[in-house]
Design a protein around this ligand. Structure first.
Ligand code: ASP
Length: 580
């Protein structure tokens, strides 16, 4: 290839025996065997064994004595077949080795903070020395897998006639339900850009601009608490198309999903993917991103409990239950109750049906024969109830269902369940203010025929919003948008925004909607979540090269960091709390 190497470490095969080659890479292990020195040389393609024989090359042997793990070396020599009992079937190059003539230390390494083959290194240490961590199989595999998926996505989008257009990062706030990161502007002290939470309004503007099919692998910024499936910055396959039906948008995504599975040589899900209404998802799974790989479905009992003798049931807006295929001890039930309380429940009523068929329950004595018949469960199970407002019952039982699915090992890990959740409500009450707020974002169109409900019954209006779910993870969201300025204004008003506020925030866009806005709709698919699911990783940090920790910092660079007084003054910023 060039003066450093002729081929990659992982390339050599028995066919190459007899060749003189130069190879370069990192030293994995070095073993001294009475004169002979064996070196595992590694690059991104694999591992190759070098043999340094002092009789063949005393200089190479001297150099070999001085090398340590993770030194970068270049070696040249002859490819030879290994003796039959020395063949290593664990590596692709295991039939051969290179007898070294020349060994050059290209770069030395300090002693390492952790061994690269140690699987139990703490994450902060891995992130602090990410460049070492990146050399390991796991990160190599995940980042390459990510690149394969992104390429499949791009190919599929181009094939489907979408064009890649860039949109600004620094913009006005776009409401996606998170806080904006603000960027001060030296030329205009006191004014701030927001880092785009998504390219939402720009992509809608592309449709008004006649571009018809737009896509982009867009970076988005959201100032939210970080979790396993959330980072401050992340990428989305962002797309928008003109004159679509909801089915058209979903079909575009399904093609992308199938192409990604195929690019990785995996069996794709069959199209079309199943569709589930929001109402059904909330009823059966207590979640708008249901993991359907296991049953344990929630059932409604409100019709039966309305006349209950048991006050908690009688007075609750909703009573629902699930039947766990397990007998829980009193201590376990207490722990489950604590869990339910963390999610907002006041308590957790239960009926245990022992293997013998005997019933253990503090509430059974208050229940009528009809109720008991409705809750009858097989021996060896436990009925768990939530009685509260509907949102609370959904939340508590949804969380319990996920928890029990995990704890009882009910999830079939070999399954890949992808599905659409559709027919979301247009608005839900804001828990803090009590006002109606958007479920997706305020640009989502009501379902056809539901426009009149915007004022009359905001809570009853359904929207043309759809989410794509994979094994209980929300991969992304999209919607058919409002393309009429009057409808857009009514939605802003229903959310408690005055016309002046709407003008100040979105005036430019309301104006654009008055100049020939075609019907349009789109979607955004979270790339990191998609890749993490393919990689079988539980956190996004495993598939991001340089992620932030839960506290929002980057252990490698030390960001974020204080700014100097000069920089702050230039930007017109005075800190309330001076840096420590
Ligand atoms: N902008 C939305 C989001 O980031 C996606 C969309 O509606 O297309 O979730």
């Amino acid at each position: 290839m060039n003066r450093w190497r002729d081929l990659y470490c992982g390339d050599l095969r028995p066919d190459d025996v007899g060749r003189s080659v130069a190879v370069a890479g990192w030293v994995g292990r070095r073993r001294d065997h009475g004169g002979l020195i064996f070196i595992d040389l590694r690059d991104h393609t694999g591992v190759l064994q070098l043999v340094v024989n002092p009789e063949r090359s005393p200089e190479a042997a001297a150099a070999a004595h001085a090398i340590r793990s993770e030194f970068v070396v270049r070696a040249s020599g002859e490819v030879v077949a290994r003796a039959p009992d020395a063949v290593n079937t664990n590596i692709a190059t295991g039939g051969v080795e290179v007898q070294v003539d020349e060994l050059e230390v290209v770069a030395r390494s300090e002693p390492l903070p952790f061994q690269l083959d140690d699987d139990n290194v703490e994450e902060p240490l891995r992130l602090r020395y990410r460049y070492l961590d990146l050399r390991r199989d796991r990160m190599q595999r995940n980042l390459r897998l990510s690149a394969t998926v992104i390429r499949a996505i791009r190919d599929s989008m181009e094939e489907q006639g979408f064009i890649d257009i860039w949109t600004p990062t620094m913009t006005l706030g776009t409401p996606e339900g998170a806080r904006d990161f603000l960027v001060p502007v030296r030329l205009q002290p006191g004014n701030f850009f927001a880092l785009a939470q998504s390219p939402q309004l720009f992509k809608q503007t592309f449709m008004i601009g006649g571009l018809d099919r737009y896509y982009q692998i867009a970076t988005c910024w959201r100032d939210e608490d970080l979790r396993a499936d959330r980072q401050f910055e992340f990428r989305q396959l962002d797309l928008e198309l003109a004159f679509p039906t909801r089915e058209d948008v979903m079909d575009v995504l399904e093609r992308v999903v199938v192409a990604s599975f195929e690019a990785l040589g995996r069996t794709p899900p069959s199209r079309p993917l199943p569709r589930l209404s929001y109402a059904e998802a909330m009823l059966r799974y207590g979640s708008d991103k249901p993991d359907t790989r296991f049953g344990l479905e929630i059932q409604d009992a409100t019709d039966i409990t309305r006349d209950s003798e048991f006050g908690v049931f009688k007075n609750a807006e909703r009573v629902r239950f699930l039947v766990a295929p397990a007998v829980f001890s009193r201590a376990e039930l207490q722990r489950l109750e604590e869990f339910a309380k963390e999610w907002g429940a006041k308590g957790l009523a239960y009926i245990v049906v022992e293997e013998s068929g005997e019933v253990r329950s503090p509430i059974a004595k208050f229940l009528s024969a009809d109720e008991l018949a409705a809750f009858a469960a097989a021996p060896g199970s436990t009925v768990l109830f939530a009685a509260d407002t509907q949102p609370m019952v959904e939340r508590v039982l949804g969380a319990l269902r996920s928890e029990l699915g995990q704890r009882l090992g009910l999830i079939d890990q070999d399954r890949n369940d992808l599905l659409w959740v559709i027919d979301f409500p247009l608005f839900l009450p804001d828990e803090d203010t009590g006002n109606w707020t958007f479920v997706h974002h305020p640009f989502t169109s009501p379902l056809d025929g539901h426009e009149d409900l915007i004022e009359r019954d905001p809570g009853g209006a359904l929207s043309q919003h759809y989410d794509l779910i994979w094994n209980g993870w929300e991969l992304g969201s999209g919607s058919i948008r409002i393309h009429r300025q009057d409808v857009q204004e009514r939605v802003f008003r229903a959310m408690g925004m005055t016309d002046e506020e709407a003008q100040a925030k979105f005036g430019w866009f309301l104006e654009a909607l008055q100049m020939g806005a075609p019907p349009h709709g789109g979607f955004a698919l979270g790339i990191e979540r998609f890749v993490a699911l393919f990689a079988g990783e539980a956190t996004l940090r495993e598939i991001i090269a340089f992620p932030k920790t839960a506290s929002g910092s980057d252990p490698l660079t030390g960001a974020p960091a204080p700014a100097t007084q000069e920089r702050l003054s230039e930007l017109g910023i005075r800190l309330q709390t001076p840096p420590a």
